[in-house]
Design a protein around this ligand. Structure first.
Ligand code: KG4
Ligand code: ZN
Length: 352
């Protein structure tokens, strides 16, 4: 079973070819990140326009890299939600058109479910990927940590899952991005906060952890606490505009704020993961989403879980077509219904 997967929910135009839900044959990602960086966040109209320009060359590159022709492709999979409306439309319309023109079954994929399926890739013909030796075994505790989602999901089997809890306000990636802004690090914030934290002391400051219903999260209070801490560090009160902070904080203060925030943000997730492991006794824990690349989160999980955890390649944590193609493979191999290419709609607020 060879599936071509298309992902365009945010600012990455990404297409990949995956075989049998485990072998990565190609993975092409064109990002419009550089165009958004100067605005400090993704501008939906710019993202949509960039997808239009990139999608056809990226599909072709993914096919070429995989060594496949259209004759070898058994099905097409595409993200239909959640995400930005204009961005999703480009991927979905491309996939619908290709499914009709090439006469292939079309599978509609939930982006957030897709993130977990990046962990099923164990083989590749591509250079530069470090993949787990084995596929995850069910029941799986899925930890989704991205710019738009923070969720704990218990998967009993493929397509059979329960959402245990989720953030009630900001996602963890969003909190990283906002903290980056407060201390003057460029967008996208996650990787920059993580790098800055390497120079700081994670115990320098005590920041609050929100107490939420069992498996729910909250990150907006932590973000505000970081803002107040930064203001305090400059010797000003809460009336100091946040835009003035980067110029007033020294590099040591920035590093200590980054490290202390990162420790607490990761603990917020890991505390609940540990609790869920005790209650549901999954066979394994898998993490997905951009923040799954965070080394402090990986360190804390490895230290506190009662069993070893394996991670996918850093390149497969953020948005990519491989995770979409992989879930598409399982849908096709396990007889899930394909969708009608004439009528598939995008669902920007799709939930689990
Ligand atoms: O999964 P993703 O690429 O897109 C969404 O579906 O949202 O996640 C993007 C998020 C951004 O908030 C970004 O700052 C964060 O993931 N991120 C990180 C790291 N790499 C990306 N956060 C913390 N540490 C990282 N190394
Ligand atoms: Zn994502």
């Amino acid at each position: 079973m060879i599936v071509l997967g298309i992902e365009s929910s945010c600012d990455e135009t990404a297409v990949s070819v995956v075989q049998d839900g485990k072998k990565l044959r190609s993975n092409v990602v064109a990002s419009s990140m550089d165009l958004h960086a100067k605005y400090g966040g993704v501008i939906p109209e710019i993202a949509a326009r960039s997808h239009i320009e990139a999608i056809i060359p990226v599909v072709q590159q993914a096919l070429d890299d995989s060594g496949c022709t259209w004759d070898d492709i058994d099905a097409i999979a595409v993200t239909y939600g959640a995400g930005l409306l204009g961005s999703l439309l480009i991927g979905v319309l491309t996939a619908r058109t290709l499914a009709l023109a090439k006469n292939k079954p079309l599978y509609a994929i939930n982006h957030v479910e897709g993130h977990i399926y990046a962990n099923f890739l164990t083989q590749t013909s591509l250079r530069g990927y470090v993949l787990p030796a084995e596929q995850p075994r069910f029941p799986i505790l899925g930890v989704i940590v991205s710019g738009g989602h923070s969720q704990l999901v218990l998967w009993r089997d493929h397509f059979d899952y329960t959402l245990l809890g989720q953030t009630q306000d900001d996602a963890i990636g969003e909190a990283f991005d906002k903290v980056a802004k407060i201390i003057g690090l460029p967008y996208p914030g996650g990787i920059n906060v993580s790098n800055k934290a390497l120079e700081g002391d994670p115990m320098a400051f005590q920041l609050p952890k929100a107490r939420m219903r069992k498996y729910d999260f909250s990150f907006s209070g932590l973000k505000t606490a970081v803002l107040r801490l930064a203001q305090e560090q400059t010797g000003h009160d809460y009336s100091l505009p946040s835009t003035a902070l980067p110029g007033l904080l020294n590099e040591g203060q920035k590093a200590n704020i980054a490290a202390s925030f990162q420790r607490v943000a990761c603990e917020t997730i890991v505390d609940k993961v540990v609790l869920a492991v005790e209650e549901f006794k999954p066979a394994c824990v898998v993490i997905g989403g951009g923040v799954a690349a965070n080394s402090e989160l990986r360190r804390q999980l490895a230290a506190r879980l009662p069993f070893p955890i394996s991670y996918t390649d850093l390149k497969l944590c953020g948005d990519n077509g491989a995770m979409i193609a992989t879930l598409g493979c399982f849908k096709a191999m396990l007889g899930q219904p394909a969708v009608d290419p004439l009528t598939l709609e995008v669902v920007p607020n799709l939930s689990m």
